[in-house]
Design a protein around this ligand. Sequence first.
Ligand code: SF4
Length: 428
Amino acid sequence: MKISLITLGCPKNIVDSEWLLGALVRPETELVDSMEQAEIIIINTCGFIQSAKEEAIETIFEAIQQKENGKCRKVLVTGCLVARYLEELKKEIPEVDGFYSNRDLPLAIKSIARTLNLSNEKSTRRFLLTPKHYAYLKIAEGCNNCCSYCAIPLIRGNLRSFPFEEIIQEAQQLAQKGVQELLVIAQDTTRYGVDRTDGKRIIDLLQQIVQIEELKWVRLMYTHPAHYTDDLIDFIAEQPKICKYLDLPIQHISNRILKKMRRKVNRQQIEALINKLRTKIPELALRTSVIVGFPGESVAEFDELLDFISSIKFERLGAFAYSPEEGTPAYEFSEQIAPSIQQERLEQIMEVQSRISFEHNSSLIDTVQQVLVDEYDSYQQKFIGRTQRDAPEIDNVVWIENAGLETGKLYPVRISKTYEFDLYGQVI
Ligand code: SF4
């Protein structure tokens, strides 16, 4: 049975797809890369914001087209779009053979296996979709922070931290499979364990994970500025395996907007945290995300954000236009900003950030960086890798001139050239 699984959305969805494939990959099935080759098309959707929803719907109709052309037998849909709009989807797209909410992932996996007449025992292994030298480790599902613009709590529900021992076991299994870089993910990793009674927190997890010998890099993603503790910061600072890289979405910096976003922190607290992080971890690369065009954002408040970004000089930054999501408090807010103004503000932010990124990169010329080689680009005839300062897919890469390198291996690379976002170098 030829199966094509299309995964949309964030790394948390990638992990879900890997568990699903862990149950579906077996002697009687064959994974194929594209819809065109498949008898069964499964789409793991994202339903977070408007653009993601549109992409999911487009992909579903592409698959239905395959079925109507007699190219495939079944189209199955799972993921966040289903968790959010199950009944509407069933009514509006009856051509789909099955919708499976990811609210209860083990149940969705069992139901999909049953629909494919495959024995539906519990999925006990992950079939990695990432290159085998790095993997995502999801430590919790859902979120209780309830930021006013965010649909995640509506989709994934309240925070459910996974059992401590199960996470450690999974990390050990991944390391035994050859994983060297582990990316720790959740909606808010700094909130791990607060919903459990065993008293374990993110620092306890990290302390255990860095003991795993095979692991070289442990990367902490999706942290929240309101949930850092001094002992966590100290631990990150002193632990060589923990990447000196932190993903710290601030979303905005104006106190009035932060309050309307229900981010639970104000400007002073964000500034104090960044100062503390940079003081304790001098070589730190800080990634952040910001939202522009939030309802009521005045020109002055946007300028405050732009000035802050210009002065703080984040090493990495992602900027997004606010997307009104029904069911979230912000959806009802007055003074929604016109998309054209949102776009203008987005462009201003990215223009400033590309200059800052070039400045940061230029400071690395003639330095030697440890680079993890991810892949070979046959078109450019170069290897592509990342420093500790770069997470896969979202950050910068290093193009390496040398031939004959091994993917998944760390090399000392002298940086010789830089562009806004990418670096070039040679192994020394
Ligand atoms: S912390 Fe992140 S996932 Fe949680 S509600 Fe806020 S934006 Fe959404």
